[in-house]
Design a protein around this ligand. Structure first.
Ligand code: AMP
Length: 608
């Protein structure tokens, strides 16, 4: 049976898991870490770096290192979130050809799905290395709050990475799957997920026979660990300005160092009460004198700097409970997800709100990927009976007269679903009506996400308000939205299937898939080369070390001299193969090198 990997594509870190002989397991990367930074960089030499190696060089190559691409995925250039990211990111965010967002790294611009694809490709390689086989199917998780465009863009990223994304599931749903796996529970739980960039709260009902039903979900795609880091950065920058009159924000490298130090201090403050931030030579005073930043920060300071951020998450929890028409007491367990839930103040706030200690049994960094792997296994194996009942995270509706948003399907409606509403014309003798399909919670249509549009023509001429148009919204089990409009009198009908766009055309995606494939071939062959080179070099060093002793011993016989000359030739050919950077040529020499090394060792041992 084909393996399916589960990938938690996080804002800060990503994680990959698999169900191995019935047990969900997280796959560590080569460094032994179970999570990999969702960072991508291009070096001066044009080399692509992903994960820990990208993170390690982020300070010295800040402009060409992308972090938190998830905040940009599926967003439009003119959105306020993107405008904000343009101002605060150390890498360059530029406008794409379709009003989408692109990232400039050295002399090339990349779409956001392409950057995310690089991270996904890395996760795929981690899994393939571990399993020793190729993997092509994946379940990828997204925040429950992602809109259709963001989901589609994530799917495109998977496709670019050469993965067949068999399902996109919501992170909290995945977390609840991992939480409930094999336990046969019937419980109402809350999943509080505070990650690097996003916040989500979901209330789920785990029912008999593997039914996982989402009751309500809400969140904020621009609220997470990065905001906590930003508060520390602001505090440090202000302190430095007061002390030296210099604004550290002017210097991209200083800013990147601050960012790193702020995150590190924040994490440390989860286990200690006070920590020191020490950044020597952070900037020059302008009088040829280097300035250092040294500051002690306490847990209490961090908590007061971030109090309102934590409060915002609790406000969303409150609202969600109201939407779900549930009492806090009815929630039987609280599952914490995301690295930020390690912060004691966050745990305290959640425990305070739900009036119970959160569940300790799940690992906040791994639970989402594990859930994705469980869902992946269930999709290819009929034996695992599991039903996920999700809800629409956003209201769906149309724009009506006066740019108002008229809701047809409310937020948190279980899918699949369908709703119908009657509208009337707004002008006399109006013969056509444009239907703008939108997703969001604002009453002002333009503040919501536009999903698509179509025109219903051939309406009967009549005074305004007298032509009735029936609009039907339908969402199927895959979350695909279709909308139709019908003139009730003439029966004239128009409909569209709302296909979310990631901002990329089919051709662009195809091109990106090709170049990602090319990269994989290059990468695999360079890995093959490195492995062969290392093996050959080890043998060369060993032979050269033994050479003087062997030469002395065998010098007396013609046969011995011939053997030594042959060894010299083998060494020369092996070195030439290494210089030519040809993995196959090196591999061809390894056998001869190994034979020589064995022979040399034999000679030396005999004479000792
Ligand atoms: P995630 O997106 O779930 O990987 O969460 C990453 C976020 O969690 C980042 O903002 C991290 O800085 C933060 N984080 C990780 N470990 C800790 C910790 N021990 N204390 C506080 N925050 C942490």
């Amino acid at each position: 049976m084909e393996r399916v990997i589960g990938i938690d594509l996080g804002t800060t870190n990503s994680c990959v898991a698999i169900v191995d002989s019935g047990t969900p397991t997280v796959i560590p990367n080569r460094g032994g870490y179970k999570t990999t930074p969702s960072m991508v960089a291009i070096t001066e030499a044009g080399k692509r770096l992903v994960g820990h190696i990208a993170k390690r060089q982020a300070i010295t190559n800040a402009e060409n290192t992308v972090y938190a691409a998830k905040r940009l995925i599926g967003r439009k250039w003119n959105s306020s979130q993107v405008k904000n990211a343009v101002l605060t990111s150390s890498y360059r965010i530029v406008e794409g050809p379709h009003g989408d967002v692109r990232i400039q790294l050295r002399d090339k611009t990349y779409s956001v799905p392409e950057v995310s694809a690089m991270v996904l490709q890395e996760m795929r390689v981690i899994a393939e290395d571990f399993l020793g086989e190729t993997v092509s199917k994946a379940v990828i998780t997204v925040p429950a709050y992602f809109n259709d465009n963001q989901r589609q863009a994530t799917k495109d990223a998977g496709q670019i990475a050469g993965l067949d994304v068999i399902r996109i599931i919501n992170e909290p749903t995945a977390a609840s799957l991992a939480y409930g796996f094999g336990k046969n529970l019937e419980k109402l739980i809350a999943v509080y997920d505070l990650g690097g960039g996003t916040f989500d709260i979901s209330i789920l009902e785990i029912g008999a026979h593997g039914v996982f039903k989402v009751i309500a979900t809400a969140g904020d795609t621009f609220l997470g660990g990065e905001d906590f880091d930003a508060r520390i950065i602001d505090w440090l920058v202000q302190g430095f300005k007061n002390q030296h009159g210099i604004d550290l924000r002017q210097d991209r490298m200083a800013l990147q160092r601050l960012k790193d130090a702020a995150e590190k201090a924040k994490c440390e403050l989860s286990s200690v009460k006070e920590t020191e931030i020490n950044l020597p030579f952070i900037i020059s005073s302008g009088r040829n004198e280097a300035l250092h930043l040294q500051q002690t920060i306490s847990r209490a300071t961090l908590e007061s700097l971030c109090e309102d951020l934590i409060d915002r998450t609790i406000d969303i929890c409150k609202q969600t409970m109201l939407d779900a028409k549930l009492d806090k007491e009815e929630v039987e367990d609280v599952v914490l997800v995301g690295g930020m839930t390690r912060m004691p103040k966050v745990q305290e706030a959640v425990a305070g709100f739900f009036d119970r200690d959160p569940c300790k049994g799940v690992h906040p960094d791994e639970v989402v990927a594990l859930g994705a792997a469980i869902q992946g296994a269930a999709l290819v194996d009929d034996q695992h009976e599991m039903i996920l009942l999700d809800v629409t995270p956003h209201a769906l509706g149309i724009m009506t007269f006066g740019s108002l948003f008229e809701e047809l399907i409310p937020q948190n409606t279980t899918v699949p679903t369908s709703r119908t509403k009657i509208f009337t014309t707004s002008r006399d003798n109006q013969t056509a009506v444009k239907i703008l399909v939108m997703q969001g919670e604002s009453q002002q249509a333009e503040e919501n996400e536009m999903l698509g549009e179509f025109i219903l023509t051939g309406l009967r001429r009549a005074p305004k308000g007298q032509v009735e148009i029936e609009v039907t919204f339908e969402i199927n089990a895959d979350g695909i939205v279709s909308v139709s409009a019908k003139d009730l009198e003439t029966g004239q009908q128009q409909s569209i299937q709302v296909t979310a766009t990631s901002g990329l055309t089919k051709d662009e995606i195809k091109q990106m898939i090709d170049s990602a494939k090319e990269y994989m071939v290059d990468r695999r062959s360079s890995e093959e080369f490195e492995a062969a080179k290392q093996e050959a070099e080890k043998l060369i060093v060993e032979i050269e070390r033994l050479f003087p002793q062997v030469e002395v011993v065998v010098a007396a016989s013609d046969f011995g001299r011939e053997a030594v000359n042959k060894a010299r030739r083998i060494l020369r050919d092996a070195k030439a193969a290494i210089d030519s950077k040809d993995a196959t040529a090196i591999k061809n020499q390894i056998e001869a090198l190994a034979r020589t090394q064995r022979m040399f060792k034999g000679v030396v041992t005999k004479t000792q």
